[in-house]
Design a protein around this ligand. Structure first.
Ligand SMILES: Nc1ncnc2c1ncn2[C@@H]1O[C@H](COP(=O)(O)OP(=O)(O)OP(=O)(O)O)[C@@H](O)[C@H]1O
Ligand SMILES: [Mg+2]
Length: 350
């Protein structure tokens, strides 16, 4: 896709991908590095309290000392953060922050003696993880509201040639507990589509099977498989796992490899062309919902649907009604299997 642009020198063609993806982020990073101000956090902000903590950074509720504006400051220790990584996270976040379902930014980035930091819109209603009731999940209507908004945010990201790569409930911020307004956050692992991953350390339940083959085990110096191309289908898979988690209150599996019985059961069911019964923890879902999961959780990434397809399913029922005999309309036992509840820590490739 090409777009014509006018300049003082005349008219020239820019490709949409080039304009929105790589060169713009690179330019933003260069400009930010040249103007990154040095400040001490306490001199410019009143720190009220810590409101979040992840693997890479802390998020502080602050007010701006002059203006009084409440903000969420994400601070990353210099000891464990490369300047390039910080600039990339900040610039990608800034580039995407205009979308209503993506966390907003104030355009303030800085370094102190010990930290890199940037100021985000304060999202007051906690994160999606906080409202998941273990082994119950959240109401289907709230899941669907969330699904539509995350689908829109991810479509926006993918259209710009980027892949979020860390879709999980902890990175979805809420303005209200009914999920009427949610915001996708944390672009610390976001990469351009087409980047190659050589290996990752550790797995998360949200990681697609092709990513789980890239794990560098202890003592290994390289993985046996070729580098993996980053594609939006990695987000589709994680989004599918996320929907399962928030509909049930537990993970479908711990990781996508053959040592995980729950994953193996799912793979057998997929490959059996409906001859094998639906694994017990999936029996609560209606056939149309299972069709959605089949599309999102296709084992072969080339067969996986795009994130936007989810919106086509929200008009249908996803969870069966339950009576004394189990899930209505499904013969067989009620799910008693209870894989782990849904909090996780992240891993990263180097
Ligand atoms: N703008 C915000 N407003 C309110 N709370 C926020 C905001 N941004 C982040 N948080 C909270 O802080 C937590 C950690 O933030 P974030 O995910 O950005 O950190 P991280 O170190 O990159 O995390 P991860 O371990 O997922 O990589 C989030 O899970 C969320 O609960
Ligand atoms: Mg996070």
């Amino acid at each position: 896709r090409k777009r014509w642009s006018f300049t003082r020198e005349g008219m020239y063609v820019v490709s949409v991908e080039e304009e929105c993806g790589s060169s713009l982020i690179d330019e933003l990073m260069e400009l930010t590095s040249q103007s990154l101000c040095q400040l001490e956090i306490k001199e410019h902000f009143n720190i009220i309290k810590e409101i979040g903590r992840g693997k890479y950074g802390r998020v502080l509720l602050v007010t701006h000392r002059c203006k009084g504006t409440p903000m969420a400051l994400k601070v990353l220790p210099k000891a464990s953060t490369k300047l390039h990584g910080f600039l990339r996270e900040y610039c990608i976040s800034l580039h995407l922050s205009c979308h209503p379902c993506i966390v907003g930014l104030f355009g303030i980035a800085f370094q102190s003696n010990e930290h890199y930091g940037f100021a985000q819109e304060l999202v007051t209603g906690r994160d999606l993880f906080a409202i998941i009731q273990p082994r119950v999940g959240i109401p289907e209507c709230a899941v669907k509201r969330c699904a539509i908004q995350i689908s829109c945010a991810l479509e926006f990201i993918h259209q710009r040639g980027l892949v979020h790569r860390d879709i999980k409930p902890e990175n979805i911020l809420l303005l209200d507990t009914q999920c009427r307004c949610v915001k996708l956050a944390d672009f610390g692992l976001t990469q351009r589509q087409g980047t190659f991953i050589r290996f990752i350390s550790g797995t998360l339940p949200y990681m697609a099977p092709e990513l789980c083959t890239m794990v560098l085990e202890e003592g290994q110096t390289e993985v046996k498989v070729p580098p993996l191309r980053v594609e939006p289908t990695l987000d589709t898979w994680a989004f599918g796992v996320l929907l399962f988690c928030i509909l049930t209150g537990f993970f479908p599996w711990e990781r996508c490899n053959d040592s995980d019985d729950f994953y193996e059961e799912f793979v057998d069911w997929r490959r059996s062309l409906k001859k094998t019964p639906v694994p017990s923890q999936w029996k609560r879902f209606t056939p149309v919902c299972m069709q959605m999961f089949r599309r999102m959780l296709a084992l072969d990434p080339s067969e996986r649907c795009s994130v936007g397809e989810v919106k086509g399913y929200v008009g249908k029922d996803w969870v069966r009604a339950k009576d004394a005999n189990g899930w209505v309309g499904e013969n067989g036992e009620v799910s008693t299997s209870t894989p782990s509840p849904c909090r996780s820590s992240c891993s990263d490739e180097h």
